[in-house]
Design a protein around this ligand. Sequence first.
Ligand code: BDR
Ligand code: CA
Length: 312
Amino acid sequence: MARPIIIDTDPGQDDALAILLALASPELEVLGITCVAGNVPLARTTVNARKVCELAGRQDTRVFAGASEPLSRALVTAEYVHGKTGLDGYELPEPTMALQDQAGADFIVETVMNAPANTVTLCALGPLTNLGLALKAERTMGARLREIVLMGGGLFEGGNTTPAAEFNIYVDPEAADLVMHCGAPVTMIPLDLTHQTLTSDAIIDDFRAMPNHTGPASAGLLDFFERFDVEKYGSQGGPLHDPNVIAFLLKPELYGGRLINVEIETSSELTRGMTVADWWGVTDRVKNVTYLRDVDVEGYWTLLKERLATLR
Ligand code: BDR
Ligand code: CA
């Protein structure tokens, strides 16, 4: 039986490839996609998520609008990375499919509480505001989840938005704090891991050469997305963060990490959104997060290419 997941996302080119990977994978059943403000404002992420579903030929996917701003802070966006639309790099047609009426957080609560316990997995690819709202509305929801797998944070690599903080956690640290202590098994995919899954000209060429729509569209998105980080880090390619969340569900054997304590900095302005990760076990704080640090990079790209090649 396919594993039921909800994708919470702020597309974003890398979110787009994560959604495509999920939609291309029969092992997963995408119950719905909840959009959040992050890389670009909500008005754009809700359009972008639907564009991506239509690219995959999956107009049947339910897409929900979630939070337009963090729990208690002003929204910070990242057009400087993702371009004005959030999906700069390939012109996808305006979506024809409608948004669902229900609010994203309400959909999450209703779905998780009505499903058998320990069955639904939440895949979080953006700021954690929708999950935070859902957890505030229904405190027992965390204990009913099978797992939360999120892209966010970092320790050894430092931050990408400030020296201390990664974007998704920086934007809504209060929501991240709720998630880390919600009672669900939490698996975290930090920059320490995603900075290994770098694009390259050869990889992008492979996508471009696919005899379908999705391959060349993905190549355009990847081309645009890598520019910012190639310039910033002086690397050969850019890190493709979010598809790691879906790839981990499909092939956990590609990943390695440890169960450790992770706390979120919510009070200091200097280190706002820092993921204080006790990798070396120097505290006796409760181990609440499986922190993934290792990835089989070749296996990751092979999986992504194989699966996206099966889409229209
Ligand atoms: C994360 O922030 C966004 O820019 C990406 O979509 C990814 O989810 C990386 O820090
Ligand atoms: Ca994202």
